[in-house]
Design a protein around this ligand. Structure first.
Ligand code: HEC
Length: 119
């Protein structure tokens, strides 16, 4: 399908990956519980996560967000994603994302590196 494109993307993303603290390959495994609700390239129970790093919160077209997330004013940089994945309900009270949060900071960094690889 798009294999030549993926090759180009890997080359383009390599410098980014080298700077990130997390490990995208480990992050793909740590992303397993997220898959119940999230996909890349389409909305499901949760919004499409392609390109989410750097995106304004609640800005994915065609997805029905909670008022809480819409009004949050957050941009998903690494610092905000870290707090969100640690404890979504503490970061955005009233969010409809039902995920308890990762207790483990390493997993959070890995998942963020994985998300950053999905442009
Ligand atoms: C039980 C379902 C569920 C699980 C599990 C889940 N999410 Fe979500 N996620 C949602 C929903 C629903 C929203 C929308 C929240 C809202 O509108 O308040 C959301 C929103 C998000 C957003 C904000 C997206 C945006 O466009 O603003 C991010 C980032 C995110 N989730 C990442 C993750 C990651 C990473 C995991 C795994 C650690 C995860 N989610 C696990 C349901 C889930």
């Amino acid at each position: 399908m798009r294999y030549p494109m993926i090759g180009a993307l890997v080359i383009m993303l390599f410098p980014v990956a080298a700077h990130a603290e997390g490990d995208a390959a480990a992050g793909e495994k740590a992303f397993a519980p997220c898959k119940a609700c999230h996909a890349f390239g389409k909305n499901g129970v949760g919004p499409n996560l392609t390109g989410v790093v750097g995106r304004k919160a609640a800005s994915e077209e065609g997805y029905s967000y909670s008022a809480a997330l819409k009004g949050s004013g957050i941009t998903w940089d690494e610092a905000n994603l870290r707090e969100w994945l640690k404890n979504p309900k503490a970061k955005v009270p009233g969010t409809k994302m039902v995920f308890a949060g990762y207790p483990d900071d390493k997993k959070i960094d890995d998942v963020i590196a994985y998300l950053a690889s999905k442009k």
